[in-house]
Design a protein around this ligand. Sequence first.
Ligand SMILES: [Zn+2]
Length: 522
Amino acid sequence: MTNEANNKQKQSTNENKKYEKDRVVTSTHQARLVTGYNLVKLRIKTELMVAQECDRLRLITERDTRICNDYLRIIKHNEEKILRKDGKINSSLLDKLTLTTSRKTQHKLRTTVPHDLKKRYPRCSPGEFIECRDKSIWTYESWKTQQDLSEKELNRPQFKKKIPRKLFTRLLDRGTFQLIPTTKDTVAKMWLEVRDSLDTKRSGKRYHNRLLLPLAYSPYHEKKLKLGKIKSLELVYKSKEQQWWAHVALQYTVPLYQSTQPPAVLGVDLGMKKTAVAVLLTPSGKVIMDELRFIVNKERQSKIWQLKNRIKSIQKLLDTSNNNGQPTKQLNVKLYQLRRRLRSVTEQELGYAVNQLVDFILQLKVRYNLFVSVGYPKDIRKRHPRGSGNKSLRSRLHKWCYRLFITKLQHKLNRYGFEPHRVVAIGESWTSKICSRCNSLNTTRTGQGQFNCQDCNYELDADLNGAKNIGKRLIQYALKPMHGYTSIRDTLTNEYYSITLFKCLQPLGQWLEDSAKNTSSL
Ligand SMILES: [Zn+2]
């Protein structure tokens, strides 16, 4: 016993030395910050606005399309003149064709131009012209590169939909927009003041009107707006709901997540019975109940199953009535409604799982140098088409939107300073079949979601087994680069991360090897 304890002490001191090495490496870039953007969507209460104001809101945001199309037309007719050798448009030459120079500037005066846009749109401000010009130039250039590559004649670009207008805060005190909270008893708690881009002539002076828009505002928005600095605003019209929305982009900066703690890998699996299972693998080599999470909302889960069964039965009914030539319109409507509900419920459940996981990870972050490995099935839907024979597998596939889950998780964790390589999507093929203790494939799965290994008589929850395997896979990749790559690939984003970023996983690898030799340690 004493010998064992001594050995353990030795091991831990060795490990500590390793971490100290890492600390030296990481301390060199301590001032690094992570910046990101976060969108807060606020509905504009148009029902409280006067018709005149609504019209003005429409005018501000709609005008762009016409001007952009004009710009595209001018580019088309003067292609030879303004196209540079490198295939880019010379914007100053385009300006010479379209805009007269203001009388105030000291430059050479340009009082007449072939296509006077100011004459055509007298109320549009120069800043807005520049915005439209850049937008049409980008569109033209991307079309041009596509056209040069392809042999077919491609359609020329044209703007059909409304282009959302970006209003940037250029100055702190007199920006182009401002959020004004009111404590007084008014119809809205938050107002958005927008300096509209239309030039209004009043007594010979150029004057920009300010438009006050009432916003739907709740404590939820208040909390979200506090998280960052307001950077830009976009006014968006949703034609389906006939609603106006203000999208406020927030910029946040957080210090990069660094740690001198022992490394650990959190394996996350989207399970069958559970929404998600997360298990922590640490150098000590034991799964502790505190470091294990089964994330599931039973109520919602049973609702999902109910909805699925109802959809199934309606599909059957639809099939028979189709064959018998009976009308199917009502059934189709019902099916559409049910599918929509199913989607919204699954999205709720996924959001819940992501939030729970983020909480869990933030707790663990204090104690460990944490990496997260999430199972992602690559092209699995393509590999198992309808009629491939494995019905139960297919029904499982369509339960979760893996991509949505992982991107949500990555995005959210980025807000807490997690570098992208700390959350890696790992291919999850075979992870549900391999025994997480002895790597044997001689395993069975019982109906109740239990996993049995025939070789080492290991018995545990099937989803937990999968999560463990996913965590182990990241460690294995970090130790032994697969297929000659010296980097780890994120299967979702196809990005390669250098192995050196995962160097601190070495002690975990040691533990893996030990556990393979001595199966009782797990
Ligand atoms: Zn086994």
